[in-house]
Design a protein around this ligand. Structure first.
Ligand SMILES: NC(=O)c1ccc[n+]([C@@H]2O[C@H](COP(=O)([O-])OP(=O)(O)OC[C@H]3O[C@@H](n4cnc5c(N)ncnc54)[C@H](O)[C@@H]3O)[C@@H](O)[C@H]2O)c1
Length: 368
């Protein structure tokens, strides 16, 4: 069945969703909305979208639409999301899910009360490197995981959103009232999500956060450099360093009692997996090992970030057509739990010391 979709928010990220939807055989983009008419018009022209709105509510009330994709800044996520569900739409929403945990919980309640498909664009799980790491760890390649770590940094102060926020319409990123926070909300949420996915949706139990405002004079309201140490239910720990100040390559490390695995690269979308595995390497990866690099033997598109959105859209449309959420699609409970980690990190940063996380288990897991 063709799923008739509308897009709310016609900025940079909506383009990735629109491209993916326009290539999908079972999807059609029927409408788009943006407060800025020119933005809506440009998207409509680029993707041959027949209807445009400057009032997103009119799109939400359009009875011809089956699904909406919400691509506005976080401040409006909960409001549009709740209205979309009330209108009976399936919803794909951008990250971070909400401005805080209380909002996220309201969004979960509304989802659970209905029967619509909901997906969240925590797309990093669609990166080939994370799938390789997950398969290898599940297969026992490095034994029991004792320690995991992600570190990365990119100097955002060269970006016009930071350099000249008054001139850049996308500078909502440095406005806590619109973005909900700084680097934790906009960037780190992806890496929390990725680690939870690689370790099989592991429960993060507590977080101890060091939250810095290294450019606090210019941007006193947003954190731009963080260190998080998390206790995991699997009796191991996860450490994250994420920075908008220091330029440093992307590195992911897992240390197990039978070896270690590393994924590294210049940025999050170009990761190569290598390691020393004294456990059982799944057959498919052993065969595709090239030197020290583990590959999955599939051919991957050069535009890795677009391919993540293609996978997400494919899962979303398949979920709607089959009436059940695709297994790997980032779901609302997962996104809500990531918000719980972020809220706890902010509390920890203020008070000092570890903060417990109010985790919510997915229904299937609770029954186990
Ligand atoms: N999944 C990812 O990897 C990823 C990457 C970047 C951004 N994002 C998320 O996507 C969302 C949008 O980010 P972006 O980079 O595209 O921002 P953007 O500034 O490029 O685009 C946002 C668009 O929304 C419009 N808008 C703002 N408020 C609105 C409202 N109340 N109603 C309707 N339209 C409104 C703006 O006019 C703009 O055209 C954010 O939640 C952001 O966190 C996700």
């Amino acid at each position: 069945m063709t799923v008739r979709c509308g897009i709310i928010g016609c900025g940079v990220i909506s383009d990735m969703h629109a491209k993916a939807l326009s290539h999908h055989v079972d999807a059609e983009i029927m409408a788009c909305a943006d407060l800025v008419q020119k933005a809506a018009q440009q998207t409509a022209v680029r993707f041959s979208i027949p209807q445009i709105y400057t009032n997103p509510r009119e799109l939400l009330h359009n009875g011809d639409l089956d699904a909406v994709v919400i691509c506005v800044p976080p401040k409006w996520h909960a409001e549009y999301f709740l209205e979309a569900l009330a209108e009976g739409k399936h919803v794909l929403i951008e990250k971070p899910l909400a401005m805080n945990l209380a909002e996220a919980d309201r969004m979960v309640d509304a989802t659970m009360a209905g029967n619509r498909i909901v997906g969240v664009a925590l797309i990093h799980r669609y990166l080939p490197a994370y799938r390789i790491l997950r398969d290898m760890i599940r297969g026992g390649a490095i034994g029991r995981i004792m320690h995991s770590r992600i570190s990365l940094g990119c100097d955002m102060y060269n970006d016009t959103r930071f350099r000249a926020p008054d001139e850049d319409p996308r500078s909502w990123l440095v406005d806590r009232d619109v973005a909900g926070g700084g680097i934790l909300m906009s960037s780190s949420v992806h890496f929390l999500s990725a680690i939870s996915y690689v370790l099989d949706n592991v429960h993060i139990k507590s977080v101890d956060a060091k939250i810095r405002r290294l450019h606090g004079e210019a941007f006193p309201d947003i954190e731009d450099d963080i260190d998080l140490r998390m206790e995991l239910a699997s009796e191991s720990e996860f450490v994250l360093h994420d920075s908008w100040v220091a330029n440093q390559p992307f590195q992911v490390d897992f240390t197990g009692d039978h070896g270690r695995l590393t994924a590294s690269g210049p940025n999050w979308s170009c990761l190569k997996v290598s390691g020393i595995c004294l456990g059982t390497v799944p057959d498919s990866y052993a065969k595709n090992m090239n030197g020290t690099e583990f590959r999955d033997g599939k051919s991957h598109r050069s535009d890795i970030s677009q391919s993540c959105f293609d996978c997400l859209i494919a899962d979303f449309i398949q979920s709607i057509n089959q009436g059940v959420p695709a297994v790997d699609m980032p779901n609302i409970i997962h996104a809500r739990n990531m918000q719980a980690v972020i809220d706890a990190a902010y509390r920890s940063g203020v008070k000092g010391g570890a903060e417990a996380i109010h985790w919510q288990f997915e229904a299937a897991r609770e029954a186990q």
